[in-house]
Design a protein around this ligand. Structure first.
Ligand SMILES: [Zn+2]
Length: 300
């Protein structure tokens, strides 16, 4: 590799973080744009100001992370979300390559916990040829999300991008359903030992968070509770055009922020800046994202 090639190539897309007893490997699927034009519930001027506070252009964040999270629980190798696969172009779909780089090829994943069935979280369940990208894994989805996105009548009624999301969801799950490797759960259940499903519905009907770790050192992994924390942490009432139920999405965001504040949970987010794990400092009515640094896992 020439020096110019190495300068144009990013480091392998994984990073490990220790939260209490759990070591989480963030595995990067890629980046996609989150557009300010899709943010609603606040004036365009205020959204532009908040983006500028984060040194982002008025159009939004052109390179928002798509993170997935890998950890061991109950003797199983668990992955939260599967990235975009081929659904959203070449900026995303790098999960399987980065899993290999992280030392856990896709074939070694036992369980995949899907936060919701939007394509940037679920279409990476497929290879580019349409086969199961995770040949040994069981896919776990909230019953409410599976019922909505796999419902043929709802798919027939849907229009535009919502209709496309139905098609993508059906395709992404098809090889797993065919082999009996799709499992659904309700909020409060433990789809795998040591992981509790958290109610974040609104963005989609079954949008779920996953709480891992021991009491006092817990990590909440979320999908799309925030698409752009630069805007939605100071202004959590801002909703996204893609929300199935904007009022429900807003209520879930406010509810979980209050729970994080009172319980002190660490947070990992699919669209928080890679590696997407940190804490939220609440002070004087304001909330500030404090990302984990890249650092050794043990003190030496
Ligand atoms: Zn997303």
């Amino acid at each position: 590799m020439s020096s110019s090639e190495s300068a144009a190539t990013q480091a392998p897309g994984f990073a490990r973080t220790r939260v209490g007893a759990v070591t989480v490997t963030t595995v990067y699927d890629g980046a996609l744009p989150i557009h300010a034009a899709d943010m609603h519930g606040e004036s365009a001027q205020r959204i532009t100001e908040l983006l500028a506070d984060g040194f982002l252009p008025p159009e939004g964040d052109p390179l928002t992370a798509v993170n997935t999270f890998l950890f061991a629980s109950g003797g199983r190798t668990v992955l939260v979300d599967a990235g975009a696969g081929t659904s959203l172009g070449p900026g995303t779909g790098h999960l399987t390559a980065n899993l290999r780089a992280a030392g856990t090829p896709a074939g070694q994943v036992d369980d995949i916990l899907i936060t919701h069935l939007h394509p940037d979280h679920a279409f990476g369940l497929l290879t580019p040829d349409g086969d199961a990208a995770f040949p040994a894994a069981t896919v776990h989805v909230a019953a409410a999300d599976a019922e909505h996105w796999l419902d043929e009548a709802a798919a027939a009624r849907a229009e535009g991008v919502q209709a496309q999301i139905h098609r993508w969801a059906e395709q992404a799950l098809a090889p797993y359903r065919a082999e009996g490797r799709l499992s659904t759960f309700d909020y409060g259940d433990s789809p795998v030992p040591g992981v509790t499903a958290v109610d974040l519905h609104g963005h989609t009907p079954g949008h779920s968070g996953y709480l891992v770790g021991d009491a006092g050192a817990e990590l909440l992994l979320w999908g799309d509770t925030m698409h752009c924390h630069t805007v939605q942490l100071p202004a959590p009432h801002v909703v996204m055009a893609i929300d199935s139920d904007p009022a429900g999405a807003r209520a879930a965001r406010l509810r979980v922020l209050e729970e994080i504040r009172t319980r002190g949970w660490a947070v990992g987010g699919a669209h928080l800046p890679f590696p997407g794990i940190g804490r939220i400092r609440f002070r004087d009515g304001e909330a500030r994202w404090v990302p984990v640094p890249f650092r050794p896992l043990t003190l030496v």
